[in-house]
Design a protein around this ligand. Structure first.
Ligand SMILES: Cc1ncc(COP(=O)(O)O)c(C=O)c1O
Length: 359
């Protein structure tokens, strides 16, 4: 079936008891056992499994084409996957332009446990191949489009270069499975901050890992159960509800971004306008980046992205402080927009006023 049909139906079966079309939210910490060790499927304790979470995991797996696990945040998902795949002494290749929190996790936390890393511009395939250390590189982390510079990395080409030697992960938060399905391109795993487009309404924080190999899936779930970074049932319900309109929202986000980019290309003082041609993420540079971000009215000044409402931020001063001083540092005059699904002309008017007022 087509993506839109799967997005609407994935993981949802009517409630078996009352036939409610949307199943009940299982807001519970535990499950009654009629006799010792007797329980339904995996449901003995809600850190290990919960039916509301399982429904979301089925849907995530179906939309990305693999086996899904949902987490309490995108960073929890990233941590679980890296620690499920890597051990002390292993080397990881990271993109030189990436979400600051991913860099911080590897640089400040995982290196203390014996993991080493190299940052490399993954659009330069020669440099990427050179960054792989034979016998030591266990994992190659791809983010595409990158946050915040919106560089696009060719997943197939990266896999062709390094896929035989390393486990390849794609952070698919910015593209979403509407625009890019990394497992179909040959990647071993996908990670999401479902806080963003998959949830889509800026009302919950969550993460997901989807993998191809059942054995890796078991390891991810083992780490999750051991560490405990599980999402609550109501958060799972919200994300699952978001998934059902993902295809519609992504088309509207792209229409907004296209209109905004059309305006920015000839706006005074604006240079280096970036948009990958899909999704609602746009970035540009302007000497008055902070002034613009403080003057918009419809674009709310806030971290995060991917919700139905438009947001604006200055990455160097906000989301990407953790990469300051590293090779992944971002320019101070960069503005990042998350174009929402409002009327595109209203978004353009808002930017027009904010940029014009400072000129
Ligand atoms: C590309 C990307 N990956 C991962 C994350 C981390 O997700 P979370 O904030 O849900 O932990 C973010 C958060 O901004 C992100 O932008």
């Amino acid at each position: 079936m087509k993506f839109a049909t799967r997005a609407v139906h994935a993981g949802l079966e009517p409630d078996p008891t009352y036939r409610s079309v949307i199943p009940a939210i299982h807001q519970t910490s535990t499950f009654a056992q009629p006799s010792v060790g007797e329980f339904v499927e995996d449901y003995d304790y809600a850190r290990s499994a919960n039916p509301t979470r399982s429904a979301l995991e089925t849907a995530l797996g179906e939309l990305e084409g693999g086996l899904g696990t949902s987490f309490s945040s995108g960073m929890a998902a990233t941590h679980a996957l890296i620690t499920a795949v890597c051990s002390a002494g292993d080397h990881v290749v990271l993109p030189a332009d990436l979400y600051g929190g991913t860099f911080r996790l590897v640089d400040k936390v995982l290196t203390r446990f014996g993991i080493t890393y190299t940052l490399v511009d993954q659009t330069d395939l020669g440099a990427l191949a050179a960054a792989v250390v034979p016998g030591a590189t266990k994992l190659v982390w791809i983010e595409t489009p990158t946050n915040p510079l919106l560089n696009v990395v060719d997943v197939r080409e990266v896999i062709a270069r390094v896929g035989a030697d390393a486990f390849v992960v794609v952070d698919n938060t910015f593209a979403t499975p509407v625009n890019q399905r990394p497992l179909e391109l040959g990647a071993d795993a996908v990670v999401h901050s479902v806080t963003k487009y998959l949830g889509g309404h800026s009302d919950t924080v969550g993460g997901a890992v989807v993998v191809r190999d059942p054995e890796v899936h078991e390891r991810v779930r083992f780490v999750q159960n051991s560490v405990g970074a599980v999402p609550g049932p109501f958060d799972c319900f919200l994300v699952h509800r978001g998934l059902r309109t993902l295809h519609l929202r992504m088309a509207a986000h792209a229409a907004s971004a296209e209109a905004v980019v059309g305006f920015l290309k000839s706006a005074p003082g604006v240079v280096d306008v970036r948009w990958p041609g899909f999704s609602g993420m746009v970035s540009f540079r302007h000497p008055d980046a902070i002034g613009i971000a403080q003057r918009t009215k419809l674009f709310t000044l806030a971290e995060s992205l991917g919700g139905v409402e438009s947001l604006i931020e200055v990455p160097q001063a906000m989301t990407h402080q953790s990469v300051e001083g590293s090779a992944a540092a971002v320019p101070a005059d960069l503005v990042r927009l998350s174009c929402g699904v409002e009327a595109p002309e209203d978004l353009v008017d808002d930017l027009h006023r904010a940029i014009g007022a400072g000129a």
